[in-house]
Design a binder for this molecule. Structure first.
Ligand code: BG6
Length: 483
């Protein structure tokens, strides 16, 4: 199970994800050869590419002049497949065997489904029926989101893939779990007694998690208009960040121990009611506006292929509680949306004020985990104003892991593919995490359907509707600016 050589059988090889993220990530891994050992890729698509056309496409996606590119490309093969047609899989099997022998890959196979989820069932069935999954080495299945559009569709999907792969063989991607600073959350927490001892409701007043984007819906109208921000971002990335911020220390740093702790958090999220959705969960859609760079952008309803009556939310703001000993009474605020003022993901931990405050101008202590675009950590403290005054002034202790990194996402893919090759599924979501996230999200979607919590609007280029500020103000808090 530990051998790392493998054939990566990639469905959706000419698709957007493969071109933008996967090939560059594979190339980066390839350059660190000793990590990935050997690999070869069989790209699948409906097009009738030959190997050279495919290799050219990969080359353009990787964008490098490095001489190593030729050897890298020689590991790529293309096979034209209609995923519905079982016959095609037989030829694929023959090619996979040949590639496996030629490159000495021990029969290990990664099936990477960079495809729309409605194909998952057919593909996994055909992989099994054609004998492709019956390999002498290990096999793994990588799938992309969306994993269903509610709990019941996710269950169907899960049953389909489980008929060909065991849970331990399934790697469900949530690319946020591949981000450096998301992985860092547990280290910051559990390797620093300084923080861990105050990481609870006695010392923390509230937690604010933002993931804002400046991009609009782009060319993904078909998918996005049916999902909206709740399913697109909250069900996966936002709840995963909540779980990592709130989980108990795992007894060991083993995959299942960590996942068990995350599941406990998801299970402890206070269930919503229609009333609490109305009060605590905000959904909104962008109108036209001006972005920070001066660009004027149109409203969501004016976007290409969006129904002019669409009620889809492009923003969600929410307050949630985790009903356990550690977090009782501490609000977790989350907000995420498209066409907001900045592109940023950050987690702010706001600590409670001192029991007795002799300094009137004291500000709360904050720990900010910067996930992107900057990756780092900052701690906001109070110090004495230099000089003779008795006043305080805020100071920051900053650690910038990589201040100029704007390649967050492809880095994430690099890490996740690497993990999959090594057989480490810690940073992938287990089925029960997915199911619990859907349970939470479904009940919000249902309340909205029942008319609780109207759709609001926010101007493009802002941080969301005013009500998302009121949400915090009700508890005496405010959003800390994105820094
Ligand atoms: C994806 C969503 O999962 O995450 C997109 O489908 C969103 O709508 C993207 O733009 C954001 O990812 P990142 O890494 O740019 O924050």
């Amino acid at each position: 199970e530990n051998s790392k050589e493998s054939t990566i059988i990639l469905f959706g090889a000419t698709g957007d994800l493969a071109v933008r993220k996967l090939y560059p990530a594979l190339y980066q891994l390839y350059k660190k050869q000793n990590d990935v050992e050997r690999f070869a890729v069989i790209g699948l698509g409906r097009r009738k590419y030959d190997h050279d056309t495919y290799r050219n496409m990969v080359k353009n996606s990787v964008k490098t002049d490095d001489a190593s590119i030729d050897d890298f490309l020689s590991r790529f093969f293309f096979y034209s497949l209609d995923v519905d047609n079982i016959e095609g899989y037989v030829g694929l099997g023959a090619l996979a065997d040949k590639v496996d022998t030629d490159f000495n890959l021990s029969g290990n196979r990664i099936f990477y489904l960079a495809l729309a989820p409605n194909f998952f069932g057919t593909v996994t069935n055909n992989l099994k029926d054609s004998g492709l999954t019956n390999t002498k080495g290990w096999k793994r299945l990588v799938i992309e989101k969306p994993f269903g559009h509610n709990l019941s569709s996710a269950k169907v999907l899960n049953e389909q893939i489980r008929s060909a792969f065991a849970e331990e063989e399934i790697y469900r991607i949530d690319h946020y779990l591949g981000k450096e600073m998301v992985q860092n959350i547990q280290v910051i927490r559990f390797a620093n007694p300084l923080f861990e001892s105050i990481w609870n409701n006695r010392y923390i007043s509230n937690i604010q998690i933002t993931s804002s984007e400046t991009l609009g819906v782009g060319e993904r109208a078909g998918y996005y208009d049916r999902s909206g921000a709740l399913m697109d971002m909250v069900q996966n990335h936002m709840l995963q960040m909540v779980a990592l911020t709130a989980m108990e220390p795992p007894s060991r740093l083993e995959t299942e121990d960590i996942r068990d702790e995350k599941v406990k958090v998801l299970r402890s999220i206070r269930p919503v009611t229609s009333e609490s959705v109305k009060d605590d969960i905000i959904r909104a859609q962008y109108t036209s506006g001006v972005l920070a760079d001066g660009q004027t952008v149109r409203s969501y309803l004016d976007e290409e292929n969006i129904d002019s009556q669409s009620q889809t939310e492009t923003f969600v703001g929410a307050k949630l509680y985790i009903d356990n000993f550690r977090w009782a009474g501490v609000p977790f605020y989350i907000r995420t949306g498209k066409r907001m003022g900045v592109k940023s993901t950050q987690i702010v931990i706001q600590f409670k004020d001192a029991p007795l405050n002799p300094y009137l101008d004291q500000q709360p202590n904050l720990l900010v985990i910067h996930v992107q675009p900057d990756e780092g950590l900052s701690l906001k403290l109070n110090a004495k104003k230099i000089g003779e005054s008795q006043e305080t002034m805020p100071i920051h202790l900053d650690f910038c892991h990589n201040c100029t990194n704007d390649l967050g996402t492809s880095d994430a893919y690099e890490r996740l593919i690497h993990d999959c090759i090594r057989g480490d599924s810690t940073n992938f979501t287990r089925w029960d995490e997915v199911a619990l996230s859907w349970t939470y999200v479904d009940s919000i979607a249902q309340a909205w359907k029942d008319g609780y919590g109207p759709l609001e609007y926010y101007e493009s280029g802002t941080m969301g509707p005013k009500s998302v500020d009121d949400l915090l103000a009700k508890n005496g808090f405010h959003w800390w600016p994105i820094t």
